[in-house]
Ligand binder design. Structure first.
Ligand code: UDP
Ligand code: MG
Length: 338
C-alpha cells in the first residue's frame, strides 16, 4: 500500500551528519502517526554516505528506500531521481544537513491537510554566512522581477508537494532545473509557512560560489526569457540614442566645423558598450548551452541501484554488489535512469 507521506533527502558526502539525521528524522516521522517512507538519494558521494544509508536501510527497511546515483548529478536532479521513486500522497523534500529541522515536517503536513498542494517555506533568522544571505536576497529579487514564480525564500528546500504536483514534475524532462520553481508552475493552491533554520554543524556547504551562480542561471533561464528581452530592449535603446548622437554630430560638423575633442570620452563609451555586448552574448550563451545540453538527450542521471524492501531488492552492480541480495540489478537500474 502506498504511504501517506514520502520524505525525499538528497545526500552528497554527508557521512558526518547522517547518524544525527537518522536519530532525529525517524522519531519525528513516527510521531506523525501516518504511514511514511523516507527516500534517500545518494548523489554520487565519495565518502561513507552510501554505506551509512545502506545500514540505515537494513535497520528500517519497512520505511526506508535508497536510490544510489552513479555520479554526482546535482541536488535538483538528485531530487527528481528520488521523486520518480516516491509513492506518498504528500512528498516532502529535506536537506540532509539538519539545517531545516525534521520536526517541522508535521507543520508542512498540516498545511497540506488544510488543502495546499504546494507548501513553500521561509527561513526565519537564517543561519548562513553573510555573503550567502546577501546573495540570496539579490537573487530572490531578480527572480521576482524576471519570472512569474512567487516564492519568498527560494533557497529553502524543506518543502511539501502534493502527489498531483509531483506527478506533473515527473513528466518534465528538462536537464537544468530548479525543483521548487518547477513544482510551483503546477501548483494550484500554493501556501508558504515560516520554518526555523539552524547552522550547519557538521560537514560543509556543497555549494561553491560558482555552483550557486550556475544554479541561479538555471532558475532564471529555466523559467523566463526576460534576460534576453532585457538585452534586445537595451540594444534598441542604445541604437536609438546613438542615432540621435550621429545626427547631432553631423549637424555640428557642417555648422561649426570638425572637432577632435572628447576622444577619451568616446573610449569610455565604447568600452562600456563592449562590456554590455559581451554580457548580452554571455546571457544568450547561458540559454544556448542549456538548449544544447537538452537536445543531446543524454540521461539526466543514472540510477546505479535502488535499495528497497519489496522482494525486488536491487543492488549496486559492480564491486559493492555482494553487500545486498543481488536481484534484477542491471535491468532495473538501466530502466530507472532517465
Ligand atoms: N546536495 C546534493 N548534491 C549536490 C550538492 C548538494 O545532493 O551536488 C545535497 C546535500 O547533501 C544537502 C543538500 O543537497 O543534503 C543541500 O546542500 P548544502 O547543505 O550543501 O546547501 P546549502 O545549505 O549550503 O545551500
Ligand atoms: Mg545546507
Amino acid at each position: 500500500m502506498n504511504p501517506e507521506v514520502s520524505v525525499v533527502i538528497p545526500v552528497y558526502n554527508e557521512e558526518e551528519g547522517l547518524p544525527q539525521l537518522f536519530e532525529r528524522l525517524y522519531p519525528a516521522l513516527d510521531a506523525l502517526g501516518r504511514s511514511y517512507e523516507v527516500v534517500f538519494v545518494d548523489d554520487g558521494s565519495s565518502d561513507r554516505s552510501v554505506a551509512e544509508l545502506r545500514e540505515q536501510f537494513q535497520r528500517r527497511p519497512d520505511v526506508t528506500r535508497v536510490v544510489v546515483l552513479a555520479r554526482n548529478a546535482g541536488q535538483h536532479l538528485a531530487i527528481l531521481a528520488a521523486f520518480a521513486q516516491t509513492r506518498g500522497t504528500y512528498v516532502i523534500t529535506l536537506d540532509a544537513d539538519l539545517q531545516n529541522p525534521p520536526e517541522e515536517i508535521a507543520r508542512l503536513v498540516a498545511a497540506m491537510d488544510a488543502g495546499a498542494d504546494y507548501v513553500g517555506t521561509i527561513r526565519v533568522s537564517r543561519q548562513d554566512l553573510m555573503w550567502r544571505r546577501a546573495a540570496s536576497r539579490l537573487m530572490n529579487r531578480i527572480r521576482e522581477g524576471t519570472t512569474s514564480i512567487r516564492i519568498t525564500d527560494q533557497g529553502c528546500m524543506l518543502r511539501g508537494y502534493h502527489r498531483s504536483v509531483v506527478d506533473a514534475v515527473n513528466h518534465c524532462t528538462e536537464v537544468s532545473t530548479y525543483v521548487p520553481a518547477l513544482a510551483y508552475t503546477f501548483a494550484r493552491h500554493p501556501v508558504e509557512i515560516e520554518v526555523s533554520h539552524a547552522e550547519r554543524t557538521v560537514g560543509e556547504s556543497k555549494y561553491s560560489l560558482y555552483r550557486l551562480v550556475r544554479l541561479n542561471f538555471d532558475l532564471m533561464t529555466g523559467f523566463s526569457v526576460a534576460p534576453l528581452q532585457f538585452f534586445s530592449m537595451t540594444g534598441g535603446l542604445i541604437a536609438l540614442v546613438a542615432l540621435v548622437l550621429v545626427v547631432v554630430l553631423l549637424i555640428r560638423r557642417f555648422t561649426l566645423g570638425s572637432e577632435a575633442e572628447g576622444v577619451f570620452t568616446l573610449f569610455a563609451i565604447a568600452f562600456f558598450l563592449i562590456g554590455v555586448t559581451l554580457l548580452g552574448l554571455g546571457v544568450v550563451g547561458e540559454y544556448v548551452g542549456r538548449i544544447y545540453e537538452q537536445v543531446r538527450q543524454r540521461p539526466r542521471y543514472t540510477v546505479a541501484a535502488v535499495l528497497e524492501n519489496e522482494g525486488d531488492t536491487v543492488t549496486l552492480p559492480g564491486p559493492t554488489a555482494a553487500a545486498v541480495t543481488p536481484l534484477l540489478s542491471a535491468e532495473r537500474a538501466r530502466g530507472a535512469g532517465e
